[in-house]
Ligand binder design. Structure first.
Ligand SMILES: [Zn+2]
Length: 228
């Protein structure tokens, strides 16, 4: 056994929640003095505090703010139910805003890393490999290549698509990584790696409803093997 305790560190105005090495309820009381037990390996993170332990010999704090209890835990609070509400404004950032705005014109815009030249679609504003901001906007597609896919046999709730259907990784022409989308306009068992596809938009849609075959010859494996 151990205890969860709120500890107000000397000099602090607020308490932190942490574990206290205590063999049982009788070993814990409000106002008791405790000290940090440091982890064997310290790396400069909160995990450096292995736990707290009783500070033997130190007098209890007189003004702990709560009356010491008698060690009887019959009325211990074991849980509370609280309503919570979270209001937030989602800001997708510069790169994704440009991506979303371009989609409204039925264009797909990625961003190229100035270092490794990879074109990210959708763009996140930075290249995670090189750690630099991506700034060059590059229109990709509209056609692309199926790099890999799965056949979906389980109907999703609130999704009016007959099963089985194919969900695929699609490398749009010019993109440095694949995005995913549904493949339509072809029997599910004829979809294949290398299949050339193009987006199909529906009225008022903010993104392609699905992708359908273009009728072009399949792409060479070498052309998309890095994008699977
Ligand atoms: Zn890069």
């Amino acid at each position: 056994p151990f205890a969860w305790v709120l500890v107000t560190l000397d000099g602090a105005d607020t308490a932190i929640l942490h574990a206290l090495d205590a063999p049982g309820p009788e070993a814990v009381r409000t106002g008791m003095r405790v000290r940090v037990r440091w982890a064997a390996d310290r790396i400069g993170a909160i995990t450096d505090i292995a736990c707290f332990e009783p500070h033997e010999g130190a007098a209890d704090a007189a003004d702990a703010g709560a009356a010491p209890h008698d060690g009887v835990f019959a009325d211990a609070v074991t849980g509370i139910v609280a309503e919570a509400r979270l209001d937030y404004t989602y800001s997708p950032g510069r790169a994704q805003t440009a991506y979303i705005n371009a989609l409204s014109e039925r264009k797909t815009v990625g961003e190229r890393c100035p270092s490794c030249r990879k074109v990210y679609v959708p763009p996140r504003g930075a290249c995670p490999t090189c750690g630099v901001a991506t700034t060059d906007q590059v229109e990709v597609g509209p056609a692309g290549t199926v790099t890999t896919y799965c056949i979906v046999n389980i109907k999703a709730r609130n999704l009016d698509i007959e099963v089985p259907y194919v969900y695929a990784h699609i490398a749009l022409d010019g993109a440095g990584l694949a995005l995913h989308g549904r493949i339509g306009g072809i029997p599910y068992d004829q979809v294949r790696m290398g299949l050339r596809v193009e987006p199909v938009w529906t009225e008022g849609g903010r993104h392609p409803d699905h992708y359908r075959p273009t009728g072009e010859p399949d792409a060479d494996y070498d052309a998309y093997k890095e994008l699977i």
